[in-house]
Each structure stands twice: as C-alpha cells, then as structure tokens.
Write a protein that binds this ligand. Sequence first.
Ligand code: SF4
Ligand code: SF4
Length: 201
Amino acid sequence: MRKPKLRELAEAIRALIKGPYTSKFPKAPSVPPPGFRGIIVFNEDKCIGCGACVEVCPANARALEDDIKRRIRKVIHYQERCIYCGQCVNYCTTKEGIKHTQEYDLARLTKDGYTNLIEKELVLCELCNGVVAPKSQLLWIARKLGELAFSNPTLYLTVYFERSNSFPCEDLRNQPYRALHQRILCPDCRRQVYLNEIWGY
Ligand code: SF4
Ligand code: SF4
C-alpha cells in the first residue's frame, strides 16, 4: 500500500480537529458569496412601474399588465422562468426598483407562490382615456427634470394635481374649463391637439 504523504497526513489531522472544509448544507444553510444573484424582490417605494426591466429580460420572466378600469399597472416577476441573469437589476431605471437577495432556495411542493407583483396607479389621457404612464413614473421624471418639467404640460399637471389631491383622472374632467393643450394627454392626443388647436390644421 502507498504510504500517505506528509501533507495529506497533516490535512487529515487538521480536518479531524477543525472539521471538514465542505459546508454542512442542507443541514445548515450555505452562505452565498458577496454579489450572489439570488431571488429577486421588488422595492415597492422605489419602483416607478416604467417597464424597462421587462424590455431587457431575456427569459420572458417579467411582464406589465395595465388595467384601465382600475387605473392600475401590474409589474410582474415570474420567478419560475427567471434565469437570474441580473439584466433587470442592472438596467432598472431608478437602480433601486428591484434587487437580488442572498436567498436561493426556491423549492416548493406546489406551483403556487412563484409570482411576485406590485401595483402602480396609472395616469390616463384626459381625452381618449388611454394609458399615459404610471403616476410614480411621471413624478419621478418631473423630479429629475426640475424646472425643465414646466416645458411639458403632462408632467407639470401631474405634479400639480398630485400636490392638490386632484387624482384620480375621472375627477380631472369635472374641473373648471382648461384649454385642451392644458390637459394630461397621451402622445397621440397631444399631437392631434397641437395640430388642431394651436396650428389650426
Ligand atoms: S434576472 Fe434575468 S431572467 Fe430574471 S427577471 Fe431579471 S432579466 Fe429576467
Ligand atoms: S423602476 Fe425598475 S423595477 Fe420598476 S418597472 Fe422600472 S425598471 Fe422595472
């Protein structure tokens, strides 16, 4: 029989005293390294519902659903389809709307509970009732632009109506007269209004 080398012998003695190098998983949780891309969670306060993460997801694991009747946008994450590539986290518009956790144990006995979602209030066009954007996204853009937001009626009206508690959108239509261009409009309606009302085409 081949005699053990001195180094192997030393390692065996060290392992006997200190215990094995391998982790005790699954008896004890294995601690992931820093930067580990674990289960993704929403940060509801920082997500603005813009949908950039949906655009960059290669696995179709993210989706947007707009419910015009309830004026709600759902931002959905299907964990069972996610490949944890981290694209959505990297390209999140606010950089804080979603993050990886250190959690990795997704095993469950049923198919339920794999879908995460958050809801954002939608701002609708005052003329056609189409979706303009989530309110949180318009407020975020206005905050980023500062005084430049006054060049866009949809942005400054959203800020104004939010501060004066005038939402939801249905209530805006009951307000005293405002010219059509002084309304929250989707891009199509704004184009039409400017062409008809201002330029007279
Ligand atoms: S980690 Fe990758 S696959 Fe998973 S939701 Fe984000 S972009 Fe999609
Ligand atoms: S803020 Fe980030 S997480 Fe929220 S919808 Fe936009 S890109 Fe996705």
